[in-house]
Design a binder for this molecule. Structure first.
Ligand SMILES: NC(=O)c1ccc[n+]([C@@H]2O[C@H](COP(=O)([O-])OP(=O)(O)OC[C@H]3O[C@@H](n4cnc5c(N)ncnc54)[C@H](OP(=O)(O)O)[C@@H]3O)[C@@H](O)[C@H]2O)c1
Length: 257
């Protein structure tokens, strides 16, 4: 019998590439989208789902998958005056990037399983980046990271067949990687453009992620640039200094000053 993978955000850059990769591997791919009509060679079955509530999560679990990749994600493509995040966008990003992955993981923890279920949440190495590059996105991804490594061990202890794991990609060639430019001045734009131009294609990232899923690591990650690591160390070890650095970063990198 074919193994079943459920992939959310199937219509996007990484989702469609993951779908193709798992079809190539002989899996049955259930692609999840908010859209009711979608065609392509990257899923076997379309599952239309709003990805908001516990009922939406239960509907995905009814497919009885061996693997779930919670890949749907959103970034700030619209911002308010002076770069202030919009309430509606913040709610939507937080829901898809953090709340729904958490809900789906907890609903899965209730399942009575006699075979393994791997749940892979797609995070980002961007958490902790300067705020002009998209703070609401960073906040939701860091919350997701914390949830998976905080709640994952509890779920695994309660239900040995279920593993919550996290993969953190960096920039992938495609529209989402360009979205953070909407707050940037010329200097910031050049920094982002350099990362986007050097970003790998979706199919390369999908293959890397699928190979990683085959292994047993709990958190997988792109090799992070040293500058990203410095921000994370400061965030953890010197939070007040980190805030001051963000104030400085906003002045240096944003177009609103
Ligand atoms: N691209 C990058 O540079 C990059 C870097 C690091 C991490 N990531 C992460 O990788 C994942 C995939 O990124 P991507 O580049 O493939 O993004 P993408 O091309 O924008 O695709 C994301 C998909 O998620 C779904 N989606 C968006 N907003 C949603 C919402 N509010 N509720 C439910 N579904 C929603 C959309 O599918 P439907 O409209 O069909 O529902 C969309 O096609 C995301 O979690 C992203 O954060 C991406």
């Amino acid at each position: 019998m074919k193994r079943i993978v459920v992939i959310t955000g199937i219509s996007g850059t990484l989702g469609s590439a993951l779908g193709r990769e798992y079809i190539r591997r002989g899996w049955h791919v259930i692609g999840v989208s908010r859209q009711s009509e979608l065609s392509g060679d990257y899923f076997n079955e379309l599952c239309t789902n709003a990805q908001q509530s516990a009922e939406d999560a239960q509907a995905l679990l009814k497919h009885n998958p061996d693997l779930i990749i919670i890949n749907a994600g959103q970034i700030e493509t619209e911002i308010g005056e002076m770069g202030v995040p919009l309430t509606s966008v913040t709610e939507s990003i937080t829901r898809v990037n953090y709340t729904f992955p958490a809900t789906l993981s907890l609903e899965a923890a209730q399942l009575e399983r006699n075979r393994p279920l791997d749940i892979i949440a797609i995070g980002s190495i961007a958490d902790g980046s300067p705020s002009c590059f998209g703070p609401v996105y960073h906040a939701s991804k860091i919350a997701l990271h914390y949830f998976i490594s905080g709640v994952g061990p509890i779920v695994h202890n309660a239900n040995r067949n279920i593993r919550l794991r996290l993969y953190r990609p960096g920039a992938i060639k495609g529209p989402l990687s360009w979205a953070p430019v909407n707050r940037l001045n010329e200097k910031g734009y050049k920094i982002r453009a350099k990362r986007c131009d050097a970003a790998p294609e979706g199919h390369v990232v999908a293959r890397t992620i699928a190979r990683w899923i085959d292994g047993n690591e709990w958190v997988g990650t792109y090799e992070e640039p040293f500058s990203f690591k410095i921000f994370k160390w400061l965030f953890a070890l010197a939070p007040n200094l980190f805030y001051k650095l963000q104030l400085l970063g906003w002045r240096k990198g944003s177009k609103f000053v």
